[in-house]
Ligand binder design. Structure first.
Ligand SMILES: Cc1cc2nc3c(=O)[nH]c(=O)nc-3n(C[C@H](O)[C@H](O)[C@H](O)COP(=O)(O)OP(=O)(O)OC[C@H]3O[C@@H](n4cnc5c(N)ncnc54)[C@H](O)[C@@H]3O)c2cc1C
Length: 502
């Protein structure tokens, strides 16, 4: 095994292998990935591995589109099959707001040159003759939607990295990471130590444990998550081609073809946390006991959509762990308190995003800056204030609302308040409507009636008139704005004055 490397990546799941691949592609080849078991041994091996391109957040759309395009290139480049099926995805709107959301996404797709367009009910039935769409207001079709093979994709990243000179050590658990006085790192393993410039924590389900080796705490919490696959159905076989997947977010389930059967999964209300006090070191290729009753309400809605599913026997149930951050976005980027320690943990739709985050990680480490604004993913958005209680409350909220519409500027209540300032009660009594900013309850605007909650939607909401009034007051008269949650910078030293004047 190597004793020196430019970068050591800890974790051979989807994220770690993608980062290894992209670092090698961008020119760092003296790099090694350490995996405690076989590659894919965390969440990766048992994922449903659905892939989607469009997202409400623009840069997420960009990285998802990059990822979906990359899989075919990876296959060609490495010869390793990624098990790509792209029969397309049907996005359904049952409510007016969902229709609004899909129409906004359609407009965005046009802007970015992506495939996502409205189709008629008749066309949807041609594409998916087993489904019924009577209760659906609007249907969009994403031609590139589908799924991949989780192991195939991970192995393809690994093969592409190896072809460029990167190394992978399997069955090599990392037992310690120690920063040296010069800022470099010693990574300790049972097979020996590696001296490296960069450490990358891509340990997925064990992201917390690996972070603790460097003295940091990450706000992450694993949950159980279930889907099942039905027995093969002659009606599907008779169609003779792959059916599009169905993204019926209002129904709160996901649904696609698997073999000649169906795959149905759900983010249920009655969710379960797992490993609250730490992920067991010896957890391997294991699953939890089936508990389909918990997702039965969602499954019944899926059966309403494709009635034939009611006749199919259950062939296989997957109840496996996945790990979440408080806002369900990846904890990504260099840890501010440490030199050259990079995190990529808590990635939820890994199969839609792995390529993008691998590329951005490599850009950030090699070039010092990634190509997109990192605000939504930078792990610096959380700090000590995001403690276990907050993380649990938020993860629960994110899990059970996974398919709800997340409106622009959404402020969620779960886990709040975390930090309040002395003026908080006074502001509340005066009608402040609060948002969460760096853990602080921060007045966003003042309503006439104390206790008013902000409404959510794609159009002008109840903040519009009061905010206009506040802006006019400040422009024409006088007002006070509480900005004490903004960062304070202390500039000191002999040249501070001239530097500030420059
Ligand atoms: C039931 C289920 C269905 C899912 N369906 C989808 C889906 O349809 N689409 C989608 O995009 N995503 C899906 N996901 C999520 C997806 O699985 C994850 O986003 C992805 O697998 C995360 O990959 P990762 O590399 O970050 O973590 P992991 O897969 O957990 O990998 C971490 C790796 O690090 C290794 N490791 C840990 N500690 C150490 C150490 N000390 N030393 C060395 N190695 C270490 C582990 O052994 C493991 O191999 C699903 C998840 C579940 C549970």
């Amino acid at each position: 095994m190597k004793t020196h490397a430019q970068a050591v990546i800890i974790g051979g799941g989807l994220a770690g292998c993608s980062i290894l691949y992209h670092l090698a592609k961008l020119g760092w080849t003296d790099i090694v990935l350490l995996e405690r078991d076989e590659l894919t041994s965390g969440s990766t091996w048992h994922a449903a591995a659905n892939i989607h391109g469009l997202h409400d957040h623009n840069n997420t759309t960009r990285i998802q589109h990059y990822t979906m395009t990359l899989y075919k290139q990876l296959e060609e480049e490495t010869g390793q099959g990624c098990g790509i099926f792209q029969p397309g995805s049907l996005y359904l709107a049952q409510s007016e707001e969902r229709e609004h959301q899909l129409r906004l996404q359609e407009a965005k797709a046009r802007l970015y040159g992506l495939g996502f367009h409205e189709i008629s009910h008749e066309r949807a039935l041609e594409l998916h003759p087993l489904a019924q769409f009577d209760d659906v207001r609007c249907i969009m079709f994403e031609p590139d939607g589908g799924n991949v093979d989780p192991s195939g994709v991970t192995m393809a990243y690994a093969a592409g990295a190896r072809q460029r000179g990167a190394q992978i050590e399997r069955f090599c658990p990392v037992t310690g990471t120690e920063q040296q006085p010069d800022g470099s790192w010693i990574v300790r393993t049972e097979k020996g130590d590696i001296h490296t410039d960069w450490v990358v924590n891509a340990a997925g389900l064990w992201g917390r444990e690996v972070a603790a080796m460097a003295g940091i705490e990450l706000p992450l919490q694993p949950t159980e998550h279930q889907y099942f696959v039905t027995e093969a159905m002659p009606e599907i076989e008779a169609i003779g081609r792959r059916l599009p997947s169905i993204a019926d977010r209002d129904g709160e389930y996901y649904f696609r073809q698997e073999g000649n059967g169906l795959l149905i999964g759900a983010y249920e209300e009655d969710m379960r946390f797992w490993a609250e006090d730490g992920t067991p070191a010896d957890f391997g290729h294991e699953l939890f006991e089936d508990d389909l009753d918990r997702i039965m309400e969602n499954v019944m809605r899926a059966i309403d959509r494709v009635p034939l599913a009611a006749n199919a026997g259950v062939k296989r149930v997957i109840n496996g762990p996945m790990i979440w951050s408080p806002d369900s976005s990846v904890l990504f980027g260099p840890v501010p308190e440490l030199k050259n320690y990079f995190c990529c943990t808590g990635i939820i739709p890994g199969f839609s995003q792995s390529g993008g985050f691998g590329l951005l990680a490599a850009q950030w480490m090699i070039e010092g800056e990634p190509q997109y604004d990192m605000f939504a993913w930078d792990l610096a958005r959380f700090d000590d204030w995001a403690d276990k209680a907050f993380t649990r409350a938020r993860v629960r909220d994110q899990y059970i609302h996974r398919f709800k519409i997340h409106f622009p500027n959404e402020e969620r209540d779960a886990g709040r308040p975390v930090r309040t300032r002395p003026a908080y009660e006074m502001q509340r009594e005066r009608g402040a409507v609060f948002g969460l900013n760096a853990g602080w309850e921060h007045p966003l605007w003042f309503a006439d009636t104390p206790g008013t909650a902000e409404t959510a939607g794609f159009t002008r909401q109840n903040w519009f008139a009061p905010v206009g009034y506040e802006a006019r007051m400040l422009r024409d008269n006088v007002g006070v704005i509480d900005i004490s949650n903004f960062a304070n910078y202390v500039i000191s030293g002999p040249s501070a004055h001239s530097w500030l004047d420059a």
